[in-house]
Design a protein around this ligand. Structure first.
Ligand code: PGA
Length: 254
């Protein structure tokens, strides 16, 4: 059984004080939600503080990115070895990393391997750009991104795949439930090719891209979608609580 995952990606928002205040508004309600794994991904500088605040709760903590070398002369970078004492998850290959910071499939593959070595659970983001979608290339792009990130990986138990169409991120234009259903089904097929059906059926696939409290149910009711990666709406305490609550209602007791 796949435990649903609701992840908040705070991106480059919140100072440490703001992160503390945001968490204080939601931790009580989030902590009472059962049957759903709830994950918060604040900026690096807040991880240690938020970790302290989450002690004694079931809420998980994740980073938004990392570098693949363990240590050394890489000014400004943060390694998986530095993150693993602080958090359980790391988001890798987010479309903003791919397209704003020009991270290639090869770079993302190195990061996935480094995260797994450090026992961090990677949330691997894949998704097509608008022009690729319109040209009918969605499957080709996502197949390529998945195979590059995952080929040769043995330890897949901790993997999460996030389907985030680039055109839906931060735009207010979410995919339709049908689009997300079709692509998540395709992702599970590719996972089956890579790892075999049994293992593929245990990997969580989540949807991201303009998820709100108003539309999350449309995604959660799809058979291959096991949760959501939430950006903008995760910065609004009541809205994020509502998203997690709906996940518990729709998926938490399957
Ligand atoms: P959004 O971001 O919910 O603001 O569209 C999602 C993401 O980038 O993970």
């Amino acid at each position: 059984m796949r435990i649903p995952l609701i992840a908040g990606n705070w991106k480059m928002n919140t100072t440490v004080a703001e992160a503390q205040a945001l968490l204080a508004q939601m931790s009580g309600a989030l902590g009472r939600i059962e049957g759903v794994e709830i994950l918060l991904c604040p900026p690096f500088v807040s991880l240690a503080t938020i970790k302290g605040m989450l002690q004694g709760t079931t809420i998980r903590l994740g980073a938004q990115n990392m570098y693949w070398e363990d240590k050394g002369a890489f000014t400004g970078e943060i390694s998986s070895l530095m993150l693993s004492p602080l958090c359980q998850y790391v988001i890798l290959g987010h479309s903003e990393r791919r397209h704003v910071f020009q991270e290639s499939d090869e770079v993302i593959a190195c990061k996935v391997r480094s995260a797994l070595r450090a026992h961090l659970r990677p949330i691997i983001c894949v998704g097509e750009r608008l022009e690729e979608n319109e040209a009918g290339q969605t499957r080709e792009v996502i197949g390529r991104q998945l195979k590059s990130a995952l080929t040769g990986i043995g330890d897949i138990d901790s993997l999460v795949v996030a389907y985030e169409p680039v055109w839906a991120i931060g735009t207010g234009r979410a995919a339709t439930g049908e689009q997300a259903r079709a692509t998540s089904g395709f992702i599970r097929l590719v996972l089956g090719e890579l790892f075999g059906q049994a293992k593929a059926s245990s990997i969580r696939i989540i949807y991201g891209g303009s998820v709100t409290a108003a539309n999350v149910a449309e995604f959660l009711c799809q058979p291959d979608i096991d949760g959501a990666l939430v950006g903008g709406a995760s910065l609004k305490a009541l809205e994020f609580i509502s998203i997690a609550d709906q996940a518990a209602g729709l998926k938490g007791r399957r």
